[in-house]
Design a protein around this ligand. Structure first.
Ligand code: HEM
Length: 377
């Protein structure tokens, strides 16, 4: 069962607090239907909530992933975390990053989802500490298994032993957490240390198998800087971290509440939960120039909060893709893989005795302005 119904007039809810609200969906549905595009004066943001408006913003040429005057968040600028951030294709628009993106996307497409699921099952054995399956261990699994599996599929030496796997996943999570506007000084410092660690790890790693050697070769031939390739390899792990943990965690929650059918393959459940309770609830765009957007005149520098989870209340993008994976130029290329990895993580936890009903009785959402990530207590 869902928590006690919350009215769509709940005064405590707004487009940012909705992310970690017990049940934001009546509110999102109300916005998508009656306020598909509006200015939230208090938050200082335009808000796109209707499916058509979300698609329009994400396809508009003047809507960029970073404020044009601020390619790197000021708290990260000048640190190893800032250097890494500035090289990510996810965080850049424009021609300079197109050649690398043109190599990374087909590389990801070569990773077979069912091979990924098998590999995740094998790596779950490696991560097994033979201790009782506490809530803490379940949280650890959610943040470790998908990232370690992706690193392994790329050919990185992560499956050496449990400590190496945990260290790699821990540093990826620390770098991901430092990007949040909610990160405090300690989290930002941990992100900088993590970026340094990950850079060194990748520099020392000699991928013998997997797609990385041919990616590096193709990048060299195209004159692409090796550091950009390494940064974006780390970027893939970062993209896979919080969102996949959220998808797996939310799948466990819905199993526990009985809102999805027990006994269904976890990969199928993850695909359902991606629509029902989206792990990534929103993304942002920043206007590079004055533009007419969704019937409004928007000024250069204005920010638009794009409510993927609101659009999700009334269908799928292009009729077939969960909105949580984005749309347009920066749509997630890891969607199928993410569902396979989340499903495999749920499968591994159920096989080890995780009890979804008990988990659904004791959890909170991690503080976040865009991802809905359960933390089991
Ligand atoms: C449940 C898990 C995931 C969700 C919900 C998710 C969602 C998203 C979203 C919403 C975006 C677009 C962000 C924006 O432009 O504002 C995105 C981009 C991206 N995702 Fe995912 N993602 C997930 C897992 C993954 C995984 C496993 C990978 C890698 C294998 C991945 C790789 C990427 C990359 C490379 C981009 C940037 C694309 C670009 O810059 O054009 N994601 N993802």
């Amino acid at each position: 069962m869902l928590p006690a119904a919350v009215s769509d007039t709940d005064p405590a809810i707004d487009p940012l607090s909705a992310v970690t609200h017990p049940d934001p969906y009546p509110y999102y549905r109300e916005l998508a239907t009656h306020r598909p595009f509006f200015r939230d004066q208090r938050l200082g943001l335009w808000v796109a909530a209707g499916a058509r408006e979300v698609a329009e913003v994400l396809s508009h040429p003047e809507c960029r992933v970073r404020p044009p005057a601020q390619p790197v968040p000021p708290v990260l600028a000048g640190s190893p975390a800032g250097d890494l951030f500035g090289r990510l294709i996810r965080m850049n628009d424009g021609a300079a990053h197109a050649p690398l993106k043109g190599l990374l996307m087909p590389m990801l497409a070569t990773i077979d989802a069912s091979i990924a699921a098998h590999r995740a099952a094998a790596l779950a054995e490696l991560l097994d500490a033979d201790t009782a399956l506490s809530a803490g261990r379940i949280n650890g699994f959610l943040f470790t298994l998908p990232v370690v599996t992706l690193a392994d599929l790329l050919g990185l030496p992560v499956a050496v032993d449990r400590a190496t796997a945990a260290a790699a996943a821990g540093h990826v999570a620390a770098f991901a957490a430092a990007q949040s506007p909610l990160a405090d000084a300690n989290a930002v410092q941990a992100g900088a240390d993590a970026a340094q660690w990950l850079g060194n790890w990748l520099a020392d790693a000699v991928p013998a198998a997997g797609p990385l050697p041919s990616l590096h070769q193709a990048a060299r031939a195209a004159g692409i800087d090796a550091q950009a390739v390494s940064a974006n390899t780390i970027g893939l792990l970062v993209q896979a971290c919080e969102a996949t943990a959220a998808l797996a965690g939310n799948t466990l929650l819905h199993l526990g509440r009985g809102t999805v059918r027990a006994g269904t393959a976890p990969e199928v459940l993850a695909a359902q939960v991606a629509v029902l309770d989206p792990p990534v609830q929103n993304t942002r765009r920043f206007l590079a120039a004055d533009a007419r957007l969704c019937g409004h005149d928007i000024k250069a520098g204005d920010a638009v909060l794009v409510l993927l989870a609101a659009a999700s209340c009334i269908g799928m993008a292009d009729g077939k893709r969960p909105w949580t994976f984005g749309h347009g130029r920066h749509a997630c290329p890891g969607d199928r893989l993410a569902q396979a990895l989340a499903g495999a993580t749920v499968r591994a936890l159920l096989a080890r005795g995780a009890d979804p009903a008990a988990l659904a009785r004791a959890f909170r959402y991690r503080p976040s302005l865009n991802a809905r990530i359960p933390h089991f207590c």
